[in-house]
Each structure stands twice: as structure tokens, then as C-alpha cells.
Design a protein around this ligand. Structure first.
Ligand SMILES: Nc1ncnc2c1ncn2[C@@H]1O[C@H](COP(=O)(O)OP(=O)(O)OP(=O)(O)O)[C@@H](O)[C@H]1O
Length: 247
């Protein structure tokens, strides 16, 4: 469980966001969007308790899995060892991990489709493969809430769909609550029940994705002409963004 009540974050006399309240239901997916520097990563760090808020309260219970924007893993660990870090963070060295811990590692790798990579060196993986491993590491904490900072930022279209599909399955079947940031409104349309749009002036809009991510809101925020288009694929209606990059 994670809940924020009236939180604000101030940096160098500038409020990144103020009076922000949110909580996540089991199985709910919330997307966070906003321009560069709007405070998405800082919000996640505040929710994780990694930086103190200037006002308001953050409540957490149980483990929260975190997939940061950049991984700080520079040593030559295997994929299984990287995922096992989620367990050893609580206990100490890998050597103190028991069979239940290694089972959790195995399950997390299976869930992310990375079981065959267990013995491979993490550093030798592609960006997309690493991202899956880092999601597996977050899952191996037994967290009921996952926070992912731009999980698709360096992925090709196929991998983006793979990660978004995985997140959707985790909210559906496993009832995990997911909070993720993205610069692509299409990602929010694809999987987010609600979206939080941070602006450049400490303001925000939070609500159902289709209510928050409107043509007017996106065009205004990014100063580009944005059109939204609905199309049908089989029985499913999809919403996507059409954009002119010309100013
Ligand atoms: N420790 C810090 N010291 C000084 N400024 C900071 C610190 N952490 C964040 N900032 C500033 O706060 C603002 C918000 O940063 P943050 O990384 O949260 O934005 P973001 O919305 O995630 O951006 P992006 O989309 O570019 O990743 C930026 O202007 C950043 O420079």
C-alpha cells in the first residue's frame, strides 16, 4: 500500500508539486506524465521515502518494488544475482539466501520471460533485456506495489509492447498496483486506469486517463499540436496520439 496526502516538494525555492494526494487500489495502474524537470522522478523518490517531502505525509506498508530510470549495476553479476539483490537487500549476502529466496528469484524471472537468461552476465544484455531483469528484481521483493521510472524509455516498439503487456498482466492477474512514468501518452492510454499530469508550475491534474490526457491538455503542456485518434483492432478500441513536431 502506498498513499500520499497533501505532499509538496520544494527545491531551490521552487515547488515541483504541491498539495498532491494519491493512493493506489490493488490492481490499479497510474501513469505519471509531464515535461522534463516537472518532478516525476522526484515524486517517485518521495513516495519511496528516498527524499523527504516539504509538506504532507507519505504512508507505505509492505515492500514497494522500484525500477529506477538508470540501473547502477556496474559489477559483473549474473542475471539471477541481480534479481537476488531484491532478497539480499533484506538479509545481507547472497550466501544467506535460502531456497524460498531463490524460488522467488526463479518465479520473477519466469514472470518476465527471462528464465533462460539466469546465468548470463547482466552487463552483456541489451537495454531491453536489462529492463526486464530490473522489473524481475522489483517483483522478487514480493512487493504489492511497483514504481517504474520511464520503464520503456530505451526500448524498441516491440519491447515497449512487451513491457506494457507485462505491467497490464501484473495489475490484472496478480492485482499489483503500478505507478509508472512515461513521456508517451500512448503508453498511458494502453494500460493506465488513471493518469497524473504534472505541469511546469507545480500544478497537476489527476483522474481517469481519458479525462486527463485530452488534446487540449497535451497540446498546451507540450506546446505542440496533438490530435487523439480512436481506432478498432478486433473487438478492442485503442486511443493513440497523432502529433505534429512542427512549431
Ligand atoms: N537533488 C537535487 N538537487 C537539485 N535539483 C534537483 C535534485 N533532484 C532533482 N532536482 C531538480 O528537480 C527538477 C525535477 O527533476 P526530476 O528528475 O524529478 O524531473 P523529471 O520530471 O523526472 O524529469 P525527466 O522527464 O527529465 O526525467 C529538475 O529541475 C531537477 O534538476
Amino acid at each position: 500500500m502506498i498513499e500520499a496526502a497533501g505532499i509538496g516538494f520544494n527545491i531551490a525555492d521552487r515547488w515541483l508539486w504541491r498539495n498532491l494526494s494519491l493512493s493506489l487500489q490493488p490492481g490499479e495502474c497510474l501513469a505519471v506524465l509531464g515535461p522534463n524537470g516537472a518532478g516525476k522522478s522526484t515524486l517517485f523518490r518521495a513516495l519511496l521515502g528516498l527524499c523527504p517531502v516539504a509538506e504532507g505525509v507519505v504512508l507505505r506498508s509492505g515492500a514497494v518494488g522500484y525500477v529506477p530510470q538508470k540501473s547502477a549495476i556496474s559489477m559483473d553479476f549474473t542475471v539471477a544475482e541481480v534479481v537476488a539483490m531484491a532478497r539480499s537487500a533484506k538479509k545481507g549476502l547472497f550466501s544467506s539466501l535460502g531456497s524460498a529466496d531463490w524460488l522467488a528469484v526463479e518465479q520473477a524471472l519466469a514472470t518476465t520471460g527471462m528464465a533462460d537468461f539466469a546465468k548470463r552476465p547482466f552487463q552483456k544484455l541489451s537495454g531491453g533485456e536489462r529492463q526486464m531483469v530490473l522489473i524481475a528484481r522489483a517483483l522478487a521483493t514480493d512487493a504489492r506495489v511497483l514504481i517504474l521510472d520511464e520503464p520503456c524509455s530505451s526500448l524498441d516498439l516491440d519491447r515497449q509492447a512487451l513491457v506494457l503487456g507485462l505491467l497490464r498482466r501484473l495489475t490484472g492477474r496478480s492485482q499489483l498496483s503500478i505507478l509508472f512514468s512515461t513521456h508517451n501518452p500512448d503508453h498511458a492510454f494502453a494500460i493506465a486506469d488513471r493518469s497524473l499530469l504534472l505541469d511546469r508550475h507545480a500544478g497537476f491534474t489527476l483522474g481517469p486517463t481519458h479525462d486527463v490526457l485530452t488534446e487540449a491538455a497535451l497540446s498546451h503542456l507540450y506546446s505542440v499540436k496533438v490530435c487523439l485518434s480512436d481506432w478498432q483492432n478486433g473487438t478492442q478500441i485503442h486511443r493513440n496520439m497523432l502529433i505534429s513536431y512542427e512549431r
